[in-house]
Structure formats: C-alpha cells, structure tokens
Ligand binder design. Structure first.
Ligand SMILES: [Zn+2]
Ligand SMILES: [Zn+2]
Length: 390
C-alpha cells in the first residue's frame, strides 16, 4: 500500500471526524448537523462551499491549473433507523438511529481527500466534492440532480465509493457494467368480503387468495426470467386481520424486486400485474397494484468503461495489483448513486471493510466502519483526481 506521509498523518483527523459523525447519526434529509460539520471543515480547508442542494446536500469546489476538465467525487451522509447495539465510546447518541452502512466513514474519507488536495494541488482542473443526503431508500442523489446539481456543478464524470464487509480491509473491487441491482417496490391490496370464520362460504377470503398469489409471485424469477439474468422478487410485508374468528375484508402485501436490466425490470413488473389480475379474477376478489408507492425506485448502478479503467488504475496504484478484485460478483443490493451514473459517465467502487465477524454486516446493529481503511480510501480519491485531471 502506497500512502504519502501527509495522508497517514490525516488518518488521526479522519478517525476523529468519522467517530464524531458516528455519535450523531441523522437520517434522510435531516442531516442538518452532519452537513454543518462537513461544510465547516471544507470551509476551513479553504474550499468554495455550497449548501442546501437536495435539502441538506453539501458541494465543495477546488480548482488547480488551467484545464476546464471537471470531476465529481461523491460520499453519502445519512444514517439508518436502527438502534445501535455496539458499546464503544463513540456509539450513537441518537435513539433509534445509527450509522450502520458506513456513510460516516465515506464522509470522513472524502473530507480527508479534500483536505489533502487543498494543500497538494497536483492536478489540472476542477474537483467537486459532493456530500449527498438520503441514500438509504429516499433517493437523495435524485433530489440533488432535480435541484440542478449538474447544471450548477457541470462535472464531466462522477465517482462513488462504498465500503464492503468481507472484502479484506483496504482492498478494492470494481468492474465495468452493472455493479448493483435496480430496486423497485410494489404494494398489492386484495379486497374480498369479510365474514365469520365459521362461515367462509358467506364471504370471500382475501387471505387464501394472498397465499396463492405469494406462491405465484415466486415463479416469476424461476419461470419467466431467463436463468442467466439475475433477479429477485421478495414479499416483505403481509398485513391482514386482527382477531381469531373473523375473516378480514382485505390483505395488503408489500415487496421488492431487483435485477440488472430495464428489460428484466419491465418484465417483472408486467408479470406481477398479470398474476395479481389473473389470480384475483379467478377468486372473484378485487385487486390493486401500485409500484414504488412511497419513493422512486433505484436504477441499476452501471459503471462506464473509460471511467472504470481510471478507477482501476487508481485502486491498483494505492492497494497493489493483488489487492484489487477486477471481476467482483455484482450485488443485488442497490445504490442511489445509480441516478448520478444515469446522467454522467462514472464509476462506483467497493473498498473492503474487512471481516464481518461479530455481525459487522451492513445494516446490522453491530456494524462499525473500519477506521483502518480511512487513509486508503482517501488516498484512492487523491490518486483518482491526479490521474484524471492531468
Ligand atoms: Zn445502506
Ligand atoms: Zn450505504
């Protein structure tokens, strides 16, 4: 691993920033103190700072040389609604909220890179440091784009990084093409006729229909989608009834589906609608299907070739050839950085967080970002800028 002395010295600062952010987690579009902390640091480094895009987003601009090339680097700032079960000194002070996805670490690494680059301007062009809100299910990236992110900060390309448990600490994994799946939600309401549990023939049991439908939905992936195209359909909520001896009028089902192409995505959505209509018609109950009723779905996180080549070069320069996985298996998880990649060429890379022993898994109440990788992540950002803006 090749790190400059200065980046190693920054490690202590980054660890403080990371652990501070960890203690005061804020969730989607409420990252007020987080954004202020980040903006104050960026201002202290002498960068131009813009606040309020996407409600709580922060963007800092740093230029050097005469080139008009522009690169954007993005970190996410939001926490999750999870009650932390760690007991270390910097555990969450906010009841029911926790940095369980490592966005505290992502912000600290990008701050570290901004600090370093402000003092060592060995690049030719402009860097935009994007700190975005609401990555967790609320599409903060899309909100920033809708608010004019790329009109105000017209980057040529955009780069993102996420930690990944069970990749060795400080190793990288990246490839061109799909890295993470699309994410869509659906909500199905089946309405039958309520009746006494002893007299089902007098009503129309929506629960029995829901059972048929849940099984049928499981055939979408196994019997409709090409087995060579990864996809997953999961029912995640069933709501019906409130007593022992009455058949309720309706059932509410909720779920999600994920895949790696728009063709598959459309096929799954169409098939869900068809199965709901067909099965419910057969049982003479009415049905309603809604897609993404609360939030926008997330597109596929798709890395472009040229930008991935640069990202790979930067990762290898920092971690060494043997510590970069060039053919990682894409994740069925999803990422709202995908919205930025729909607008600009770019690349999303994973940095290893180390072993997931002791439940150190993303979105687990025992998770913690691995501070040992802070300087490696910051060094990757620095190298990327130096390689891209020549
Ligand atoms: Zn997450
Ligand atoms: Zn995350």
């Amino acid at each position: 691993m090749i790190l400059t002395n200065e980046l190693q010295q920054l490690h202590t600062d980054m660890r403080h920033w990371r652990q501070h952010l960890h203690q005061f987690p804020e969730t989607a579009f409420e990252e007020i103190q987080t954004a202020k902390f980040i903006a104050d640091k960026l201002i202290s480094f002498g960068l131009d700072v813009h606040q309020g895009l996407g409600k709580t987003g922060v963007i800092a601009t740093l230029s050097a040389g005469s080139s008009d090339q522009k690169i954007a680097l993005r970190a996410d700032m939001d926490a999750l609604f999870i009650q932390e079960q760690n007991n270390f000194s910097y555990k969450s002070h906010h009841e029911g909220k926790m940095h369980a996805c490592g966005h505290d670490g992502h912000s600290a690494m990008l701050l570290g890179a901004a600090s370093y680059l402000s003092k060592n301007r060995h690049f030719n062009g402009t860097v935009y440091f994007i700190f975005q809100p609401a990555e967790e299910g609320r599409a903060g990236a899309k909100q920033m784009i809708d608010d004019g992110l790329f009109e105000k900060f017209p980057a040529d390309c955009v780069f993102g990084m996420h930690n990944f448990p069970d990749i060795p600490p400080g190793h990288f994994a990246v490839k061109a093409g799909a890295m993470m799946a699309s994410f869509d939600c659906f909500e199905i309401t089946i309405t039958g006729q309520a009746t006494h549990a002893a007299m089902p023939h007098l009503g129309n049991d929506a629960i029995v229909v829901a059972a048929q439908l849940i099984n049928a939905l499981q055939t979408i992936v196994s019997r409709t989608i090409n087995p060579a195209d990864p996809a997953v359909v999961s029912i995640t909520q069933i709501h019906a009834g409130n007593t022992w001896n009455a058949i309720p009028e309706s059932v509410l089902l909720r779920g999600t589906f994920r895949c790696f192409s728009n063709t598959v995505k459309t096929r799954i959505a169409d098939k869900i609608t068809q199965l709901v209509k067909g099965i419910c018609a057969g049982f003479e109950v009415s049905a309603d299907v809604r897609f993404n009723p609360e939030n926008a779905g997330y597109p596929v996180t798709f890395n472009t070739e040229a930008e991935t080549a640069i990202a790979l070069k930067a990762a290898i320069a920092i971690a060494g050839e043997d510590c970069v996985d060039k053919q990682p298996i894409p994740s069925m998880g999803s990422e709202d950085f995908a919205f930025m990649l729909q607008k600009k060429p770019g690349c999303y890379i994973w940095i290893g967080n180390g072993s997931s022993e002791n439940s150190c898994l993303l979105h687990n109440p025992h998770y913690d970002f691995n501070d040992e990788i802070l300087s490696v992540g910051a060094a990757y950002w620095v190298k990327l800028v130096e390689l891209k803006l020549v």
